[in-house]
Design a protein around this ligand. Structure first.
Ligand SMILES: Cc1cc2nc3c(=O)[nH]c(=O)nc-3n(C[C@H](O)[C@H](O)[C@H](O)COP(=O)(O)OP(=O)(O)OC[C@H]3O[C@@H](n4cnc5c(N)ncnc54)[C@H](O)[C@@H]3O)c2cc1C
Length: 155
């Protein structure tokens, strides 16, 4: 059974769990969309022991994420920053983002900055490799495999 949502999309009606047949597949977590956000959410839910269903409507997963430059905006003293001598702190990162964001939400920015080093470590633990090198020039995309670049003219 379907119903019309306020956005005009047809969405399936919610079926009470008690009405499901015994052999219906069951999941603890359903993630809709397999871009980087959905992928990360599904991964962490599965690592926490949940049975996860990750849905993607396109023929291939990846979404906008697969077309992106692949830069992670991280700071506050990551291992690459430390290894390349780029001094940074959570407070400096907060100040920069507060100053460069239109209508900044300090609480969100602060939470993002406070979690930034852990975010970096999480990615490396998953197998992402960030070269311990710094591209000092002005660039949107660094020319080589440098693990750290100050993005200019972006976003
Ligand atoms: C050219 C370009 C370069 C960029 N470079 C960078 C960069 O270097 N660094 C950076 O941080 N950001 C960059 N960005 C921004 C970044 O790519 C996006 O912010 C990010 O990819 C969004 O990720 P997401 O997982 O939220 O969405 P997406 O990656 O778009 O994933 C959403 C997925 O959900 C699926 N979906 C949507 N609706 C449904 C549905 N109803 N049912 C099932 N599936 C559905 C879509 O098909 C898609 O696969 C760039 C963007 C562009 C366009």
């Amino acid at each position: 059974m379907n119903s019309q949502s306020s956005s005009g999309l047809t969405v399936p009606q919610v079926i009470p769990a008690a009405d499901l047949p015994d052999d219906a597949e069951r999941f603890d977590v359903v993630v809709v969309g397999f871009g980087i956000a959905g992928g990360c959410a599904a991964l962490e839910a599965a690592r926490s022991g949940a049975r996860v269903l990750l849905l993607e409507r396109a023929a291939v997963h990846g979404g906008t994420s697969s077309m992106s430059g692949g830069h992670f905006y991280l700071g506050g003293g990551t291992a690459v920053q430390q290894a390349t001598g780029q001094k940074d702190t959570v407070e400096a990162m907060v100040r920069y983002l507060m100053a460069s964001t239109k209508n900044p939400d300090e609480q969100k920015i602060r939470a993002y900055c406070e979690g930034s080093v852990a975010h970096f470590d999480w990615l490396e633990e998953l197998g992402f490799e960030f070269e311990r090198s710094y591209f000092p020039g002005k660039a949107v995309i660094q020319p080589g495999t440098e693990g750290l670049v100050s993005i200019h003219g972006c976003c």
